[in-house]
Design a protein around this ligand. Structure first.
Ligand SMILES: Cc1cc2nc3c(=O)[nH]c(=O)nc-3n(C[C@H](O)[C@H](O)[C@H](O)COP(=O)(O)OP(=O)(O)OC[C@H]3O[C@@H](n4cnc5c(N)ncnc54)[C@H](O)[C@@H]3O)c2cc1C
Length: 343
């Protein structure tokens, strides 16, 4: 397919570095807009070094209102449309939020800080999630939210990119300065290695620990968040009777999983349903979320080099909208003052 397009700057081709969720969405939208796209990643196709590999994949702009800025909601809502448009099989079954009766104050606080939810009583919960029959007296249901399985959706995005005429190169480490023309740098935390003034130098990694368990005793159709005095933990259904338990948020760049975190994640699952106590532990791991000091994403523009980074806890939620904004800048010079920094 040859339908090469050029931007006002004259570029018709673009190199994108990093095939995590940020770079994959950039690559897909640029390829669909007619650019000749090459997506490079230093990892192999399993992408185990990417933060995206470890993520929950929740697309939850309303739940995230509890602890994030309005920008996250704005970009998140736009991203939901883009997931629906470009990956129509994305499940939008909503999310459920539950708490122990003793944590009722936390539950009410969560309800106050978020929007677009419905209150369910025990019968309502059982109708939605029969496995949770009798487990909780009350829940918040966010019907518009979705979730993806990162380890399935990244290859799907890469396949869509190939269909749109783009090229993917794995085991291809590169530096933005060594590539000609338009370069979109989506290297996540590794971008800190190139100390480009004003952009990536202030990135930090924020550890998120997770556990995957397996049981056929519990069936869930949607993520269940369990409010907990220290953090909100969640159980996300995966294929093949697996569930991901996530995630801690720790200011550390160590990628080990502590006993305390493992106990908390497993206890949350047990509190959601005691049958999780008999589940098999399949995997324990941690990823480092790339974050700027204000925990907000940035599109930093420096001539033909554009860096998209700082997606923190919201990479899957924000990547499509950030890609759309980058494309609008390259194609038409459109600036989004809340997200873009030009130097
Ligand atoms: C436990 C956990 C749970 C999470 N849950 C959610 C969630 O439910 N919803 C949500 O929206 N977000 C979630 N997140 C956050 C999300 O995972 C991140 O925001 C997102 O993965 C960041 O994506 P990225 O593409 O910027 O970085 P990455 O996924 O790290 O991708 C960067 C890529 O760049 C490549 N790279 C680096 N250097 C080079 C180089 N020199 N040359 C070529 N390639 C290079 C790397 O190999 C990597 O593949 C979670 C994170 C964690 C850790």
């Amino acid at each position: 397919m040859s339908h090469s397009k050029s931007s006002p700057r004259g570029e018709s081709s673009v190199n994108i570095i990093g095939a995590g969720v940020a770079g994959s969405w950039q690559a897909l939208l640029f390829a669909l807009a007619g650019y000749s796209v090459t997506l490079h990643d230093r990892d192999d196709a399993a992408m185990t070094q990417a933060t995206s590999h470890w993520a929950g994949g929740m697309l939850a702009p309303w739940c995230e209102r509890e602890g994030s800025e309005p920008l996250i909601t704005r970009l998140g809502l736009r991203s939901l449309d883009l997931w629906r448009e470009h990956l129509p099989d994305t499940p939008f079954n909503g999310s459920l939020v539950v708490a122990h009766p003793r944590d009722r104050a936390d539950f009410e606080r969560f309800a106050r800080l978020t929007t677009d939810h419905q209150r369910l009583d025990a019968d309502g919960i059982a109708k939605l999630e029969p496995s949770l029959d009798g487990r909780f007296r009350e829940a918040l249901f966010f019907p518009g939210e979705g979730h993806v399985e990162p380890r399935r959706v990244l290859p799907e995005l890469h396949a869509r990119l190939a269909q749109a005429g783009g090229t993917i190169r794995f085991e291809a480490s590169c530096n933005p300065d060594d590539l000609d023309g338009l370069v979109i740098d989506c290297r996540g935390l590794a971008a800190r290695e190139t100390d480009r003034p004003g952009t990536n130098a202030r990135l930090r990694g924020v550890k998120g620990e997770m556990i995957v368990i397996e049981t056929d005793e519990v069936q869930l159709a949607r993520p269940v968040r369990f409010l907990h005095p220290r953090w909100t933990l969640y159980v996300i259904p995966r294929d093949n009777n697996r569930f991901m338990l996530g995630a801690t948020t720790i200011e550390s760049e160590d990628t080990g999983v502590s006993v305390r975190s493992a106990l908390e994640l497993l206890s949350a699952a047990y509190a959601v349903h005691p049958a999780f106590g008999e589940a098999r532990i399949v995997e324990i791991g941690a990823g480092l979320r790339p974050a700027f000091p204000d925990n907000l994403p940035r599109i930093a523009i420096n001539g033909p080099h554009i860096a998209v980074n700082g997606l923190y806890r919201h990479g899957f939620l924000l990547a499509p909208a950030l890609a759309e904004l980058t494309l609008a800048y390259v194609a038409r010079g459109a600036i989004d003052n809340e997200v873009m920094q030009c130097s």
